[in-house]
Design a protein around this ligand. Structure first.
Ligand SMILES: C[S@@+](CC[C@H](N)C(=O)[O-])C[C@H]1O[C@@H](n2cnc3c(N)ncnc32)[C@H](O)[C@@H]1O
Length: 184
């Protein structure tokens, strides 16, 4: 698997691959909230190929939203509104070019998505929205749909430049029942 990724480190990517492979044994689909240009999505698509599972990916395709006060960190000054913007069309093209099935790609702010925009049963979810509200809204959407023993991976929990991620996760830790949560 050789897709480069400038948002997720090599070590984190290796962990994600391992966990995603494990999630193949769990009934349900794969989800990525905050796909950006689709680097991790391509990996996930390759992992589920031939398994009968579907990949569902989500992004504003307008880049990052405005930061809130829960996100304030002197280390995170580079994370600005509108950064990391690509089009849905560009992402779709990358799957076609790689010869991988195109996922269900939904454009929208996480706060505006409805439960019906997500699959009924989620075996594996990767949350990578960077900011407090983005992770809070992603958790609200995916948690009720996680399969028993499903795997939830949250990126940037340990990243001091993005403190909002930890803030959002810690608020709902008690709701992590019957799932495996991995905080990168
Ligand atoms: C760090 S990038 C994701 C990187 C990607 N997961 C990867 O592995 O390559 C964060 C993405 O989340 C999206 N995003 C952040 N907050 C969002 C929100 N509230 N609603 C929709 N998209 C959001 C941004 O547009 C951006 O593309």
């Amino acid at each position: 698997m050789a897709f480069s990724n400038d948002q997720v480190s090599k070590e984190e990517t290796e962990k994600i691959i391992k966990l995603a492979r494990k999630a193949l044994e769990i009934p349900g689909d794969f989800v990525e909230m905050g796909c950006y240009k689709g680097d991790t999505s391509l990996l996930l698509a390759e992992i589920i190929r031939g398994s009968g599972k579907k990949l569902w990916i989500y992004d504003s395709f307008e880049g990052l939203p405005e930061k809130g006060e829960m996100d304030e960190s002197v280390l995170g000054v580079n994370f600005k509104k509108g950064e990391l913007s690509v089009t849905k069309r560009e992402v779709k093209k990358r799957f076609l070019k790689a010869g991988l099935p195109v996922p269900v790609i939904t454009k929208g702010w996480f706060s505006e998505l409805a439960p019906t925009d997500l699959p009924e049963n989620i075996a594996f979810a990767f949350l990578d929205g960077d900011f407090y509200e983005s992770i809070r809204d992603s958790l609200r959407l995916v948690l009720p749909k996680m399969a028993k023993n499903g795997i939830l991976v949250v990126h940037d929990y340990t990243n001091p430049a993005l403190p909002g991620v930890k803030n959002a996760v810690d608020e709902v830790r008690e709701d992590f029942k019957d799932i495996k949560v991995v905080l990168l």
